[in-house]
Design a binder for this molecule. Structure first.
Ligand SMILES: *Cc1c(COP(=O)(O)O)cnc(C)c1O
Length: 419
């Protein structure tokens, strides 16, 4: 009991010293939720998102009607949202200059578009360059997309293996990528372990082999500071519903390094990525710059909640977000070591903060059933096969006390003190 109280006091002290603590009140409350530990899968709604969505329907959509697409207004023409919001994400979270990022589609679709563009470009220059280097334990959609592209283009995927508690290193990429390699695809933060890849070194290794690099930033955007321009990353995609709190199914983003725009050509030629779409002219002529990555009508309504969340990220700053994220996962690690490891729980995530993304993965046989008990008690992490619980405390919306309370419930379940 004393130790429990000590840990609770630690949590209270950490909350009192947290410069971002005040931002938690800007999220919609969720009565009955003891601890929301799944910000890495679905961020919480910023309360203002509800107002903005209502306002958008009443004012922008309801009053401006079709004029909203093309006429200037409080939210500029909707037609410009892919680039405008893309630039905002780039500035706040990606370390990328304007003109290289668009909001569109889903991550899966953008992965396809950019990976296909990279393969097509490589094969055009050298028909023998059609291998994609990818991680065998990467997020399923990444694996499926490159398998599909390899089949389409008569190429193949060279799979990298890594220990589950670790991830892909730049040495592995250097060994695997060669003169036959068109593309290296990798998640920057591994969805399973939370391993944070060395993006600049991996990019350099891919480039030495003459290959392009495509980073999946789903678990990094809004959590880990990025410097895409500085690192020389060629291509990147990511979703906005995880640490960027855009809401279920909010649109994804794509980044194409300026030097590759006009060189790479994505395969889904649609009218919204055409030069002057409203001329409705014959034949597809790609719009200049990043715009040609857009294919069809931009998902305007689905982007509105994201605007509220980006404002919050702007207030906090990504550096402060990362500082708090590391403090949250470090505190969670301490609790796991003190409370759960004695019950046979294993830590899957890197303990080294330099290699740790925004979530902590722990494992123990039987965790599948344990997650059901946690959800019943208002503690909401997520479960990943095999036997893994992911604890993803979103820095803008999660307190140290919440992490404490959530893990205390898990501790009690493992001790058998609650049934
Ligand atoms: C969440 C996630 C996705 C999701 O792709 P969708 O097309 O939005 O379903 C893709 N890649 C990674 C690494 C993810 O974590």
């Amino acid at each position: 009991m004393t130790t429990t109280r000590t840990w609770a006091e630690r949590a209270t002290a950490l909350d009192a010293a947290d410069p971002l603590a005040g931002l938690r009140d800007r999220f919609l409350p969720a009565p009955g939720v003891v601890a929301y530990l799944d910000g890495n899968s679905l961020g919480r709604p910023v309360a203002d998102a509800a107002n903005r969505l209502g306002e958008f329907i009443h004012q922008a959509w309801g009053q401006r009607l079709i004029r909203g697409w093309t006429e200037d207004g409080p939210d500029a023409p909707w037609m410009d949202w892919p680039e405008r919001i893309g630039d905002r994400i780039a500035a706040l979270a990606l370390g990328a200059a304007a003109g290289q990022t668009v909001l569109a589609d889903s991550t899966t679709v953008l992965l396809y578009k950019l990976a296909r563009a990279a393969i097509d470009a490589a094969v055009t220059v050298d028909p023998d360059r059609r291998v994609i280097v990818a991680f065998a334990d990467d997020f399923p959609t990444d694996r499926y997309v490159v398998e599909g592209i390899a089949a389409e283009r008569g190429g193949s995927v060279r799979w990298l293996q890594a220990d589950i508690a670790e991830g892909v290193t730049s040495d592995q990429v250097a060994d695997a990528a060669g003169p036959d390699t068109a593309l290296v695809l990798l998640s920057h933060v591994a969805y399973r372990s939370g391993w944070l890849a060395d993006a600049p070194a991996i990019t350099a290794a891919a480039h030495r082999a003459g290959a392009h690099v495509l980073l999946d930033l789903c678990h990094s955007a809004g959590s880990v500071p990025l410097a895409l321009d500085e690192w020389g990353v060629d291509l990147a995609v990511g979703c906005t519903y995880k640490f960027l709190n855009g809401g279920p199914g909010s649109p994804a983003f794509a980044y194409v390094r300026r030097g590759l725009q006009g060189v790479l050509r994505q395969p889904i030629q649609g009218w919204m990525g055409r030069l002057d779409p409203f001329t409705m002219g014959p034949g597809y002529v790609p719009a200049p710059g990043i715009r040609h990555v857009v294919s069809g009508t931009p998902p305007i309504l689905a982007a509105v909640p994201l605007l509220a969340s980006l404002d919050l990220l702007d207030e906090a700053g990504i550096a402060a977000v990362r500082t708090k994220s590391l403090a949250l996962t470090a505190f969670a690690l301490e609790l796991v070591d003190a409370w759960l490891v004695p019950h046979g729980v294993e830590v899957i995530s890197p303990r080294d903060p330099e290699r740790r993304g925004g979530h902590l993965t722990i494992s123990r046989p039987g965790f599948r059933e344990v997650v059901d008990l946690l959800w019943d008690r208002g503690v909401l992490p997520d479960y990943r096969e095999p036997d893994a619980i992911r604890i993803g405390p979103a820095p803008l919306s999660t307190s140290f006390t919440e992490v404490h309370d959530g893990l205390a419930v898990l501790h009690n379940i493992l001790e058998g003190t609650v049934g």
